[in-house]
Every structure is written in C-alpha cells, then in structure tokens.
Design a protein around this ligand. Sequence first.
Ligand SMILES: [Zn+2]
Length: 81
Amino acid sequence: MTKLHTCYVCNKQFINAIYWYDSLHDTKYDKRIIRPFCGPPCANKYREMSDVNNYPQRKPLPRGEEWQLIQDINNIEYETD
Ligand SMILES: [Zn+2]
C-alpha cells in the first residue's frame, strides 16, 4: 500500500515523503505531530513561516510509545494538523 501524504505548506498530495516536521524536538506541542513536506522548497518555506524555532528544544526527549524516533513516515500512521 502506498501512503499518500499531503504537503503541509502547499497541500499537494504526494508519496515517498523525505522531509517532515516532527514535534518530538520542540516544546511548542505536547503531542506528536508530523507535518510532511513535498520537497526542499516547502520544507524551507515552512522554516521561514513557522514559529517553532522560537521554542526551546525538548530536552531530554520524552519517552513512551508516542515519542519513538521516526526514521520513515511512509509506513506508519501519524497525526498531522
Ligand atoms: Zn509542498
């Protein structure tokens, strides 16, 4: 089954996500959120338009099922917004 992602920035639908935002690393969100990007331009754009970099990094990283390291979002179910 091929998973279809929706780019958080341009809303394009695509497969094989390589770039995404993961709320694991920053303190803005208290739950796991994944935001896929269709490519480097949208990933860069997100960095410019988002305020997530204004929040401190999460240290230490949270533990538990919800916070496991994600290497690949193409084969998992994830929550986005
Ligand atoms: Zn995009």
